[in-house]
Design a protein around this ligand. Structure first.
Ligand code: LP5
Ligand code: MN
Length: 240
């Protein structure tokens, strides 16, 4: 019995090494698991489910093949693929989960999320997030032709990249008080998230007792997988 968690792959045609590592993982490793959870930022940027590029179709096929083999796949949107929606899920057989979700991980109630919402000291990002999550803006964006959407995203990305470099590193990590709040609201003592690209396991003190927070790694220089069995959870790496 195995449950796998991955996040922050940032898949794009510009990084065929990451794509190959992911496709290998999907074809050789994931079929042996019972469940696969993708906790956001699977893609470098997802501009809408109507983008049927050959690259996207290849990734969708990998999920289709996995779900057809009986592996349950779940997806939580990240800050880069918050526009991934029901059409993608229907085409691949995966289940879209809400931003914050509680699962039963072999008897341990566990809250799973992308992790960006935990970084409350990054006020500029939180403001930006609120803006791009407005349903009316997302609907409007979907009406724009794909090639213009791509240009808009490239422009905003370039602007944001300059801003991000000037940010302090610590405000881009989670706010410990926010972590405790989310654990307590959900009545759990186990949390799994990605986003910060700082793979590690942390302990937090909550009113429910000591809690464990596991941070998934990104896939920039290696594949990064959290492998959970009824006995234990282990952060593992795969070569690109
Ligand atoms: O992912 P990572 O780690 O690199 O950085 C994130 C935060 N950055 C982002 C930006 C996305 O990566 C790219 C977004 C492209 C935008 C396309 C929008 C299309 C419109 C859709 C409309 C429905 O998420 C980064 C965090 C970091 O994580 C750590 O937590 O710091 O946040 C930023 O850098 C954001 C800036 O601080 C704020 C930028 C404001 C720019 C205003 C642009 C206006 C956009 C209006 C949309 C129409
Ligand atoms: Mn992210």
């Amino acid at each position: 019995m195995t449950t796998l968690f991955i996040a922050d792959l940032h898949l794009s045609p510009l990084r065929p090494d990451i794509t190959q590592c992911f496709l290998r993982f999907m074809a050789e490793e994931a079929p042996n698991a019972d469940k696969l959870y993708v906790l956001g930022d699977l893609f470098e940027f997802w501009i809408g489910d109507d983008d049927d590029s050959p690259f996207n179709s290849q990734i969708k096929r990998a999920f289709q093949q996995l779900t057809q083999q009986g592996v349950e796949c779940f997806f939580i949107q990240g800050n880069r693929d918050f526009l991934l929606g029901q059409r993608f899920c229907k085409e691949t057989g995966i289940t879209l989960l809400p931003d914050v979700h509680v699962i039963d991980l072999y008897g341990v109630k566990t809250v799973i999320l992308h992790g960006d919402t935990l970084c409350t000291r990054d006020e500029k990002y939180q403001e930006f997030r609120k803006t791009v999550h407005q349903p009316w803006l997302q609907t409007l964006f979907h009406w724009i032709p794909l090639f213009i959407r791509k240009k808009i995203v490239a422009n905003i990305q370039a602007k944001i990249k300059r801003q991000k470099h000037a940010k302090q590193m610590d405000i881009m990590d989670v706010t410990p008080e926010e972590v405790v709040k989310v654990l307590e609201i959900n009545h759990v003592t186990n949390m799994i998230h990605g986003h910060t690209h700082r793979p590690n396991t942390h302990t937090h003190h909550t009113s429910l007792g000591n809690a464990t927070r596991t941070v998934l790694g990104d896939w920039y220089t290696q594949g990064s997988v959290l492998v959970c069995t009824p006995e234990k959870c282990e952060l593992q790496q795969r070569s690109l």
